[in-house]
Design a protein. Structure first.
Ligand code: ATP
Length: 952
């Protein structure tokens, strides 16, 4: 995808732009320690108090520096080249430091000099605009110093001062949205230190009368009281002036979106001196109303490209984002002059109502929503009436591409398929679309451009990788668990001993299974816990983060990591997509990611402050083969799709306005299909070449109801919904049990109407009820003429997506194998360091030149396979399987119809990748039938399906 033609990693400039005139290294060693830390966060890092609770509890960890490791490991044996901190000791000799920096560091890595220049800049505050008028310049510098303020001031709707002060507690959140139970999302550190109010005379304001407790108030002398009031008034004045300055800068950009005006606005609002590569171009395009595709590396500052237009454009900026955590993070990053809000399914109805009210009033300028929102008719209707949208931003736009669709772990999203320009224009009446991503191959780019109807000439694409990421890779042997843990420990021992606070993120992409069976029994990513415990035992404060941990605790871990209270977070892919923590010093992949896209995204968490950072990848072929099997685990066969279609369109004749539901859990078991796969199919049936159906918001289909005040019949006389309920209910143990879509259909209402009526009756004390059975809902638009062609078509489409995923995995594996086995160890590659060659592989892949030969081992069939399958089928003769089901079970992969709880006892070990295995199983099945002509793979499978169909 990436256009950079030069394969030499050194050219991959990009981000973050740092200063070009670095001081010479030796003199840097004389710099006082604090000059080398480019943020106040750095100071926190060295504080003993910032150590984690876990560290405190596991070992009596010293508040003094860590002791040196007993036997320092020679650096050459590590998978990393260790940079000893430049901050360690002012008397450290130049040779000492040189000995510990990475090979070729001074000569090759511009980052080195840039890092220090950045620090110097910070110290000298050269970024501040030159003062002109003493009063305004004071305010400017206040604003400039604060890079990440919270959202207190709205350009369009300036709030009265007292309110501003109050809302500082909420950061960027629209208060009602996120206050209750969601305090964890508020970055307290940022708030108190960098709030807009604080930037405008925080100390005096803190002493304001309203903030003092009664005792303090009593003790205030009249003179002091006057001082307090005066300080508060001054503070208000300053804030007003700051806000006026921003207003002026915004007006200037509205008049003329020149480079100069935009840079002034940037400086004023963010405190940055200049735009990074691609930013200015993108902002100007959006301001001109041109749909744009922006491909910038992770951490390059894509968010700014919609934030600045949001200040200038009259309407709303609607940002479609895949994860709530990401939305919250982005909301926090909004500058104070832009009020933001979000709508998510986890919100309470009153919070949603309040957000909608603020939207209608034009207070919210940037609204974050998930792609699922576009299914909600109520949501779409608010835009058709009064509210105008200036621009729709599709973040992580690569998710639109079909290749990304089937279960690409964290960013699997059939709903992204709904993001089509035609649909957005028709429903939201918006012209300008900004699509943003850090990772897109040529195919993905093409998919996104065509789905969002963005002209190819409006593509802004810069380097794929930042040049401050040092990439290394190592292949683990059989004893990979111990090997990896030891290496991670070595890494920390060295960094611990050098007193330099270093944060390491270990990304366990797919949880490497401890054993074949462990994965089958429990897909819970327990390995993260093991690793974090291991690190804690070795005096490294660490916590694990995975989907098995409750959301509250996960958020706590993220907060601990982001506030530098722990050094390491051991995570699965559930963590940190889009996490903008500037000082992550390293990302270690404990096992291989599933694609180069994921690799690039995940290493993109490192070095966002521009400092040289380490990205190490451990890989081994056992994990690779397991991953490869899992790639096929979502696969569905034509037979199952056919059955699925029969159910979806059953009784569909002449009933286009009827609401149908498909209860997720039971359907998933019945068709042996994951819920996400069913949703993918339904979405395809809606958005494919022919629109067969229209998806409606999901609901809980079954209602169990009790009447309390009025008798059911009396109530039914007055209420048509109750009357329909009585007709369509079954009475079980005195309770009325009914299907909401059925009741809605019987009175020609929508399911939402029925749900709302139920809620009202409940509030009136007439009824109580419980809802269950989450279901997909839809109406049928057109019945397929016949199911066979359609199921063949859908099967082909799904298998193409499956192949696409496998190809991505193969490419990732090949890149790692190349680095370890085939790299000539020249041009900067040596030992496990492979920055240039991995960069080249990544660039080639994104440009579309990547090779992906399937490794030899795939396709070799185990000689025991036939015997194993025979034994398996004989011992389970009472059960009917499809070949895919047999293959999954023998691979240890659970599926909805064959859960691990029942099938984990099967001690077969399939060495073949699942696709090969399915084929072989199909053949073996086929041989059990009377022989027919043609023994091709398709024929064999066909026999097999016939057999299964007969059995079904
Ligand atoms: N012109 C600039 N100068 C200096 N820093 C900047 C500039 N623009 C953005 N930044 C900072 O860069 C950091 C990363 O920005 P942002 O989160 O927008 O990156 P991103 O491209 O969206 O990354 P990702 O793809 O990983 O989400 C932020 O802390 C932001 O404040």
């Amino acid at each position: 995808m990436e256009t950079d033609s030069d394969s030499d990693g050194s050219h991959v400039s990009a981000t973050p732009p740092r200063d070009s005139n670095p001081p010479s290294p030796p003199s840097l060693l004389k710099l006082p320690r604090r000059t080398l830390c480019n943020s106040s966060k750095s100071k926190v890092r060295v504080k003993p108090s910032s150590r984690s609770e876990s560290e405190k509890t596991t070992k009596p960890t010293p508040s003094q520096p860590d002791p040196p490791p007993p036997n320092p490991t020679p650096l050459q044996t590590l998978p990393f080249q260790i940079r000893r901190p430049f901050t360690q000791n002012f008397s450290t000799s130049v040779t000492d430091s040189l000995e510990t920096v990475p090979a070729g560091f001074f000569s090759k890595h511009a980052s080195f000099s840039k890092i220090h220049k950045t620090s110097l800049n910070f110290e000298n505050d050269q970024s501040l605009p030159p003062p002109s008028n003493p009063e305004t310049s004071e305010i400017k510098s206040d604003v400039v110093k604060v890079k990440k303020q919270i959202n207190l001031v709205s350009v369009d709707v300036p709030l009265p001062p007292v309110k501003l002060r109050k809302s500082s507690g909420e950061g960027n959140f629209v208060r009602l949205n996120l206050t209750r139970g969601k305090r964890k999302f508020v970055n307290k550190g940022t708030r108190t230190k960098n709030s807009y109010a604080s930037s405008c005379g925080r100390k005096s304001y803190r002493r304001s009368k309203s903030k003092l407790n009664k005792k303090e108030q009593k003790n205030l002398s009249g003179e002091e009281e006057d001082l307090v009031i005066e300080a508060a008034q001054q503070n208000q004045k300053k804030r007003k002036l700051a806000s006026d300055l921003v207003d002026e800068a915004v007006k200037a950009v509205k008049n003329e979106a020149s480079d100069e005006n935009l840079v002034s606005l940037l400086k004023l609002v963010y405190g940055y001196d200049s735009f990074r590569d691609g930013q200015l171009e993108a902002i100007k395009m959006v301001l001109e109303g041109k749909s744009t595709m922006l491909v910038l590396p992770t951490g390059a500052g894509k968010s700014l490209c919609y934030q600045i237009p949001a200040m200038v454009l009259p309407g709303l900026t609607l940002v479609v984002s895949p994860l709530v955590a990401l939305m919250i993070d982005q909301l926090r990053q909004l500058p104070p002059v832009v009020r933001g809000g979000l709508l998510s399914s986890g919100q309470k109805p009153e919070e949603v109502t309040e957000t909608l009210r603020l939207l209608q009033e034009g207070v919210i300028k940037v609204l974050f929503v998930s792609p699922e929102r576009f299914l909600n008719a109520e949501f779409l209707s608010i835009f058709s009436a009064t509210l105008s949208i200036s621009v729709i931003v599709v973040d992580e736009a690569h998710c639109i591409s079909e290749c990304e669709h089937v279960n690409r772990s964290h960013n699997f999203r059939p709903s992204y398929m709904r993001l089509r320009a035609s649909l957005l224009r028709a429903r939201l009446n918006v012209e300008c679309i900004l699509a943003m991503t850090a990772t897109a191959t040529v195919t993905t780019l093409h998919d996104v451009l065509s789905a969002l109807e963005i002209p190819a000439s409006n593509l802004i694409q810069k380097a794929i990788l930042r040049d401050n990421l040092q990439l290394s890779v190592s292949l683990s042997g059989n004893n990979r668990q111990n090997e990896r843990s030891a290496k991670v420990n070595q890494f920390f021992s060295l960094h611990g001993s050098s007193k330099y606070y270093y944060i390491l993120q270990i990304s366990v992409s797919l949880v490497p299974m401890m054993s074949f069976r462990a994965m089958l029994i429990n897909f819970h990513p327990f390995e993260t816990d093991l690793i974090s415990r291991y690190l804690c035992d070795n005096n490294i404060s660490a916590k694990s983060y995975h989907s098995g941990i409750p959301a509250k605790d996960r958020s706590h871990v993220q907060d601990l990591f982001c506030s530098n209270k722990i050094r390491v977070v051991v995570v699965t892919v559930a963590f940190g997509m889009g996490l903008d923590k500037r000082d992550v010093g390293a990302v270690i992949h404990y096992s291989m990611p599933e694609s180069l896209e994921e690799y690039v995204q995940e290493i993109g968490r490192a070095g966002r402050d521009g400092r040289l950072s380490y990205c190490h990848l451990f890989f081994d072929d056992i994990t690779y083969f397991r991953l490869r099997s899992l790639m096929h685990s979502d696969g569905v066969d034509e037979y199952a799709i056919n059955k699925f279609l029969c159910q979806v369109f059953s009784n569909g004749k002449n009933s286009c306005r009827k609401i149908y539901s498909l209860v997720k859990e039971s359907a998933s078991r019945k068709f042996d299909m994951k819920e996400e796969v069913m949703l993918t199919l339904l979405t395809r049936l809606e958005l494919g070449e022919v629109q067969y159906l229209r998806l409606l918001p999901q609901l809980n289909a079954t209602c169990t109801l009790n009447f309390h005040k009025t008798t059911p019949t009396l109530l039914a006389d007055k209420d048509s919904v109750v009357s329909a309920i009585l007709k369509k209910s079954e009475i079980k143990q005195g309770q009325y049990v009914f299907d909401i879509p059925t009741v809605a259909n019987s009175i020609g209402a929508t399911a939402t109407d029925v749900s709302n009526r139920l809620l009202n009756l409940k509030l009136m004390g007439e009824i109580t009820y419980e809802l269950k059975d989450p279901a997909y809902c839809y109406t049928i638009v057109e019945l397929p003429s016949e199911f066979c062609t359609l199921s063949a078509h859908l099967t082909k489409w799904l298998s193409e997506v499956e192949i696409c995923k496998v190809t991505k995995l193969d490419t990732m594996f090949n890149a790692a194998v190349f680095a370890v086995n085939m790299c000539e160890k020249a041009h900067g590659c040596c030992g496990s360091q492979h920055t240039p060659c991995l960069q080249k592989k990544i660039l080639d892949y994104f440009k579309g030149d990547g090779d992906c030969n399937v490794p030899d081992k795939i396709g070799q069939s185990s000689p025991f396979l036939r015997a194993d399958i025979k034994v398996f089928l004989q011992s389970n003769s009472h059960t009917k399987f499809t070949p895919r089901a047999v293959a999954r079970i023998m691979h240890g992969i659970a599926s909805p119809a064959y859960p691990s709880t029942t099938w984990s006892k099967t001690h077969f070990c399939a060495f073949e990748p699942l696709a090969v295995f399915v084929y072989c199983v199909g053949k073996i099945y086929a041989n059990r039938l009377p022989s027919r002509n043609g023994s091709s793979k398709d024929r064999a499978l066909e026999f097999c399906w016939e057999e299964c169909a007969l059995a079904a």
